[in-house]
Design a protein around this ligand. Structure first.
Ligand SMILES: [Zn+2]
Ligand SMILES: [Zn+2]
Length: 299
């Protein structure tokens, strides 16, 4: 979730415009578009585990770009006249995507039980406050200055929101898709294990510490892998994220899962049995889906 963390930490720089009364305006012109791009890309990454994040990515990406164009336009026109109305127009897309982000913060707060996500939603009162001030001042509104003290308060809330969202996404680890397809497909475990039938392995399965070799050698034995208790998801060994058993790579970091097309493998997630951890003479734990497996030697 590094993209989202970077994007939201950059928001602190954007929002400083309101606190420094425009002194950091040129900084914000540079950081705002970068921040929107990072946030939109970050939400799109999350869309693999949550559909709402995908919608947030689209809304944020398109309306963020629109907001930026309007603000830049207003700034250019300001040299020749009033820019008040244009800044009011910029407030509309800004308000819409900020609401979308806040809804997503709350959703991810519920998913992750991280209070910092809820705190990030303080951007909503800040944006509404800006809208109220902008509407109240009508054509008079000047974004950098504004009325005494009000933008200071608002900018503070926005900076807090960016900080909290950034911290949240630094720590957040996504869960499998919870909106849409079921997390774990129903696998006919027993029949599948049986259907795999006897497999041939080399040497004896009870040899050595931990691994069963798949290299052909003698004596050849018939082996069947029974599922004692079935894992419900694949846990990424690189980042710890859970993915559905059928996935071939991590939903979060993209690391490829180990799938053996044939031979001795975990009947639940198809990981080769050589990466399973041996816990007794015939018992193994799949290190990919954490299913308990029993290896039967049928010779
Ligand atoms: Zn991963
Ligand atoms: Zn497995």
């Amino acid at each position: 979730m590094r993209k989202l963390a970077i994007g939201y930490f950059l928001c602190i720089a954007n929002s400083s415009v309101f606190v420094t009364a425009g002194l950091t305006l040129y900084l914000a012109f540079a950081t705002y578009p970068v921040s929107v791009i990072f946030r939109a890309l970050g939400w799109r990454e999350l869309a693999r585990t949550d559909r709402l994040a995908g919608i947030t990515s689209l809304v944020l990406g398109s309306l963020g770009a629109l907001t930026y164009l309007i603000v830049i336009g207003a700034f250019v026109i300001e040299a020749g006249g009033s820019s008040g109305p244009m800044l009011l127009y910029a407030a509309v897309p800004w308000t819409v995507y900020s609401f979308m982000e806040a809804v997503s913060y709350i959703r991810f707060g519920r998913l992750s039980r991280m209070p910092t996500f809820y705190l990030a939603a303080v951007s909503v009162p800040a944006v509404l406050y800006f809208d109220a001030v902008a509407i109240g001042l009508g054509r008079e509104v000047q974004l950098p200055e504004g009325p005494e003290g009000t933008f200071l308060y608002m900018g503070g809330l926005l900076m807090l929101s960016g900080l909290m969202a950034g911290i949240s996404f630094l720590r957040y680890r996504p869960y499998p898709r919870t909106w849409g397809a079921p997390v774990a497909p129903h696998l006919p475990v027993r029949t599948r294990a049986e259907r795999m039938g006897p497999l041939q392995i080399a040497g004896e399965a009870s040899r050595g510490a931990g691994a069963v070799t798949t290299r052909p050698a003698r004596p050849v034995q018939k082996v069947r892998v029974e599922v004692v208790s079935m894992g419900t998801s694949i846990i990424c060994s690189r980042c710890g994220t859970e993915s559905p058993l059928t996935s071939s790579s991590c939903a979060s970091c993209g690391a490829a899962f180990q799938k053996a097309p044939y031979g001795l493998r975990c009947p639940v997630c198809s990981a080769p049995l050589r990466i399973a951890k041996r816990i007794s003479a015939d018992r193994f734990v799949c290190t990919q889906c954490y299913s308990d497996l029993r290896v039967h030697l049928a010779s």
